[in-house]
Design a protein. Sequence first.
Length: 568
Amino acid sequence: MLRLALLVFLVLAPVATAQAVPAGIRHRDLLVCDGASATPPASSDPSCHPERIDKVDPQNQEIWLLSTVGIEDPEASGSAPFAVYSGALASRELWWNGERIGNVGRPGASRAEETPGDLDGVTVVPSRLVRQGDNQLALRLSSFYNPVHVRTPVHYVYAQPVDPQDRELLHYYGPALATTGALLAAALYFGLAFLSDRRDWNSLCIALMAACAVGQLWLESLRGFVGIPYPMQVWRLSVIALLALGFALSMTAYVARRFAPSRWRAHVAASAVLAIAAAPFVPGFDGITLFALLLPAMVSIAAAVQGLVAGKTGAIAALLALLVFTGLIFLEQTLFLDRIFYLAVTALALVLFIDQALALRRARAAAADASRRAALLELELLRRRIAPHFLMNTLNALAEWVESDPKTGVKMIEALAGEFRLLSQIADRTVIPLGDEIALCRRHLEVMSYRVDRAFTLRTDSVDETAEIPPGVLHTLIENAFTHGRFQDGAEFVLTQMQEGDAIRLSLLAPPAETAGARNGLGGGEGLSYVRARLEQAFGAAAAYTGGPTPDGWLNELLLPRMRRQPA
């Protein structure tokens, strides 16, 4: 795969990097000559030889670069002056028709003699020197300050009229810079998503992708807005290449974690190894940066294909976005890093943004469903743990009644059957009418009356029996009053109701126990957990239970919001 990508890239590169000649201007006879002389040598000098611009190398030496500039009509540009545009990792002195017109830095025969200039420069040609026909352009160059040897130190040299309203930089970088807001928003959103849940590594991957793309964009466009000393260019390009690699590895990590999770580390490692291994064989920093994006993108495509084969949700969209991204690298090499890359990244980030947002939504839905199932399971377990305790005591009392007074035993069986019948009817419901809960409580008190041979009753005061309450809540409070207290002469429980805004407050007063040291009311434990779980299930955090002793007994209070039902 590495050899194939290199071959295709190298075949397309000469076509993609060809530059258009400015209208009305022809550059020809490019010569490189010895730089020992202080003035431009003649083109016939024995030291001069023809050379391509990308092969001109002033590193660790001083040279002359000669060119013939043919101008068809100097008056065609009107009052706009001509200028020489040059970009090189070198200091340079410019001459036009045998006269020095300016310099970018100061070239010299040694490091001590050279003063480094900016990477890019615009040198205006005096109008008196511009003539129709052939004009001689000469540049003296030296480059002793590059931190490493570069393959193409001279990027461009051409002359053309100066446009006072030149908006080339805005046109060139504008579309890319327009994506900054979207990329920053993605980095911030997914970065915060990761900080809120440190297990969400996919959000971190997208945040790193966006952050690396923003850093790369700013460093790329920096050249168009501020002067960059040419010795800094190597470091700038190195950081750009590292940011591109960081983007690509984050992209691979996300795609592999989503669609090939069992081997995502292997995919990331393969991307890193391929990108680093290709660097020595690719010409120039732009080539290194392109391959730092291209090879991990291919690995990401392989991971997306695995997800597609496995039937993973979102694999098709991710695969198509990656294929378009990779295709643009091959088709638009010249403009890709400066402009198209950021538009492609924004589109790719949008696809992955949607994919991750949907994944988070599915995860939250699954978590909510698991929480609901856990709550229901907890309720069921609590109910099962409470019921045997009550049933065991009741059956023991029933056995005694059957032996001593069979008629009373039969009545007790009928009361117990009625209570169980009501329990079976309401157990699986979230809420029931308060009247049904009161009927269940009275059945239970009837059973308890037979069980201990004392009268127990429930009196209600101003109660709306149509109000809704979770099933078994009052039943549990009454049952636990018997568990934690002893009533020697029977007892009357009192249920009252008060309105509090959109909620109602039910107060269940259990009479004081007559056994010394006994605890009336709910008291805590499994019964309290059951009551609170039922309230949470039905009403959420808006419902509440409180309980405590009073002079008249143990007071249990339930705050129940009114449930708003949608119209049929």
